[in-house]
Design a protein around this ligand. Structure first.
Ligand code: HEM
Length: 171
């Protein structure tokens, strides 16, 4: 049953991918309609597959306490982390760039698993635009609402800094 659902889901996902590629190669009313139809056709098996495989429905994994290390909120991180415009200039932090979100507001990334980042991809980098190569570099970019935390880190001695990075790498 699970295999049948998965196989339907995979098949319709492949058809959707082809339809979207066709639309991108030749954007027209007809190819757009075909992509829309493929999307609708792919939704059902995907939902069934998701519901069949989702952790939500595995009793042994539900109601678990997790520590994702994120407030899941947006924070003003200061001008240095502001988004860039198409001319590669930092956008004024007061201007909403996405609905009500301003150019300096970012969601607190879940730090859970951050220590595995380089095990998964040795070239991976940190922060929304990947500008930080190391965890400490990511911390030093914190400003705005997170400035107090950065200042506290700057006061740590070498051993305490190593412990902090060790803690993050253990998450
Ligand atoms: C000493 C305390 C803190 C540490 C060690 C820390 C660590 C980090 C690290 C390592 C990242 C990069 C994660 C990644 O890219 O995968 C990050 C991102 C972030 N942190 Fe913190 N953080 C601290 C405090 C705070 C505080 C107090 C706030 C908010 C008030 C905050 C808000 C954020 C946000 C919004 C991002 C994402 C920024 C972006 O993507 O450009 N952090 N933090």
């Amino acid at each position: 049953m699970a295999y049948a659902v998965y196989s339907d889901s995979l098949g319709s996902a492949k058809e959707l991918e082809i339809a979207v590629d066709d639309f991108l190669a030749d954007p027209a009313e007809e190819t757009l309609q075909q992509a829309r139809d493929a999307y609708k056709a792919a939704r059902k098996p995907y939902q069934q597959c998701y519901t069949a495989g989702s952790h939500k429905n595995s009793p042994e994994l539900s109601n678990q306490v997790i520590f994702p290390y994120t407030g899941m909120l947006l924070h003003d991180m200061g001008e240095a982390l502001a988004d860039f415009d198409i001319d590669n200039k930092p956008v004024d932090g007061d201007i909403p760039v996405e609905f009500l979100v301003t150019a300096t507001q970012w969601r607190t990334t879940p730090l859970w698993g951050v220590g595995l980042t380089h095990a998964v991809d040795s070239d991976a980098t940190f922060l929304h635009d990947g500008r930080a190569r190391m965890l400490m570099e990511a911390i030093l970019w914190h400003d705005g609402e997170a400035q107090t935390s950065k200042d506290a880190v700057l006061k740590l001695n070498a051993r305490e800094r190593a412990l902090l990075i060790g803690f993050l790498n253990d998450l």
